[in-house]
Design a protein around this ligand. Sequence first.
Ligand code: PLP
Length: 405
Amino acid sequence: MAHINTNFVKLPGSYLFSEIARRVEAYTQENPDKKLIKLGIGDVTRPLAPAVIQAMHKAVEEMGTVQGFHGYGPEQGYEFLREAIARHDYQDRGVDIAAGEIFVSDGAKSDCGNIVDIFSVDNVVAVCDPVYPVYVDTNAMSGRAGEYDVRAGKWTELVYMPCTSENQFTPEIPSKKVDLIYLCFPNNPTGAVATREQLKAWVDYANRVGAVILFDSAYEAFITTPGIPHSIFEIEGARSCAVEFRSFSKTAGFTGARCAYTVIPKELERDGVSLNSLWNRRQCTKFNGVPYVTQRGAEAVYSPEGKRQVEETLAFYRENARVIREGLVAAGLTVSGGVDSPYIWAKTPDQMPSWDFFDRLLRQANVVTTPGAGFGPSGEGYIRLTAFGGAEATREAVARIRTIL
Ligand code: PLP
């Protein structure tokens, strides 16, 4: 008889966004005339840049010719894209990363979920609390998280690093020695960023104890404050202890087109084995590459027109973030994030539980948010709003929230 991977059965049932969808659906059924504004889910709404569309059209035409047809591409990504990424995202910014250290993929979600394949099940894993749930669930699926404690809302074997207003939502190095450390800056869900000094402390720690930092910088394009690092590899010593995940999803609206990449420096080794080689082996076995058309589209993000157009869209979202942030502050809420990040993290009034405030905003303001408690125990007492909506809808949502508060 075949047996299942019982780790999957341990996963808690109700997923955050399905519970939100359920409550929204129930409310809509009861109140079909009400117009809801959704500032909950982190998907983008602006179209792909014209330069990207043009490049994709051209690639589609090529695919229809004998000379221009592309079948299976390299599992690591086409050289043209790996070179463009290395140059524009790293070398031009003074960061030492080469094309051979870049692995193009169909998403940062897949990569930060799949990376667990190359690490021993014995590693002690540290995650921020609140956290992007993928890091937690993928470690649970592969047997590294222990048992789920429903009352605590935590896995017994994971090390949770609270990110609270006391530490400006940046975690402290845990007292227990850890082996794999997930860091995400700018952070989802809190919108916090990490300074050079904070990241340096993590890099020094990881090099000292032999840990590996799994650095998710899916939102780096939103950073505008000078001096805030966009990449872990801006930090001296990171090449021997860090892996970085990046994505075209939020940078350039590729959530539906699917393109991302992972950076693994050549000198990163554990147990005397190169992690770049291990990941290459993993990808070549389980992954057959990103479509040629998509990679040509991603390459166009780096063209002069592409850069300008993408920057315009980012400015659009940044303006939404400003509107939400300033509007909620004016409504009397305590707010963080929303400056170098598309996420605004707001404290609920009068210590109201996240889900209660979510319901109040849904029912009284007809605005859909995300309850912070869904991202981990330290998210209790907060809600997350995103800047990815339309400009008009965002302004309207903030005005409604101000009215009811
Ligand atoms: N990492 C973080 C922190 C995210 O919030 C998201 C998406 O919301 C992703 C990764 C997923 O990115 P992708 O669309 O490239 O899979």
